[in-house]
Design a protein around this ligand. Structure first.
Ligand code: CA
Length: 229
């Protein structure tokens, strides 16, 4: 298998060089972009395995770069942010980033996140099942990545889709926030399970709001379950 190609978008030369060296040491091919416009130009040149994207950038900021990439691509994106507010993190995830890392970070943590996100992406691309899961009139087609309720198409972000997929694979089973985090976000987001609540809210808006019966249920103090009643 050819080495995974990573686009590193970071305007601070020292930080960029440090991360680049570490990633190369792990066997990745790394290209550096120093601002948002250059990032988009490079993004369109080839297929990337992963994008490491600094939030605060000249020309276009990381969130805007992320939004534009998401119009055409589901490449894993990890946001690097010096801001340490959960609101910002959720804003970042909401633009379609798969993950974020708060600066300053331990390089081991960054490498672990890179591995996890690339692995998850490979798993998704290799998944060739024709699985269709259903609860009441909610149907999820894993292979086509399509969701319908009462035969009406529902558009979900990648993360919303993965969350719904996991719940539907375990329909009728109450799943804790921690388990959803590790299954859907892929690692231990210790203490930040409110990200799950936010995404459950997004899902409910899209899946349940206009329909009866409600399918996504909160089990107070435990977690969530998807079931018909
Ligand atoms: Ca920066």
């Amino acid at each position: 298998m050819s080495p995974a190609k990573i686009l590193l978008v970071e305007d601070e030369p020292n930080v960029a060089q440090f991360i680049q060296l570490e990633l190369r040491h792990e066997g990745y091919e790394v290209t550096v972009a120093a601002d948002g416009e250059q990032a988009l130009a490079l993004f369109h040149q080839t297929d990337w395995s992963l994008i490491l994207l600094d939030w605060m950038l000249p020309k276009l900021d990381g969130l805007e770069v992320c939004r534009r990439i998401r119009r055409t691509s589901e490449v894993p994106i990890i946001l690097l942010t010096a801001r340490d507010y959960i609101g910002d993190k959720i804003a970042g995830l909401d633009t379609g980033a798969d993950d974020y890392i708060t600066k300053p970070f331990e390089i081991e943590e960054l490498l672990a996140r890179v591995r996890t996100n690339i692995r998850r992406n490979h798993r998704e691309m290799n998944r060739s099942s024709t699985d269709v899961l259903q609860v009441e009139d909610l149907v999820i087609d894993i292979r086509k990545r399509q969701v319908t309720r009462a035969e009406e198409r529902i558009e979900l972000t990648q993360r919303e889709f993965e969350l719904l997929h996991f719940l539907m694979q375990h329909q009728g089973e109450v799943i804790s926030r921690e388990r959803l985090l590790s299954a859907v976000w892929g690692y231990d987001f210790a203490g930040e399970t409110n990200v799950v609540d936010v995404y459950i809210r997004y899902l409910r808006n899209k899946v349940d709001r206009k329909h009866i019966p409600k399918l996504i249920h909160t089990i107070r103090g435990v977690g969530y379950v998807i079931r018909s009643g």
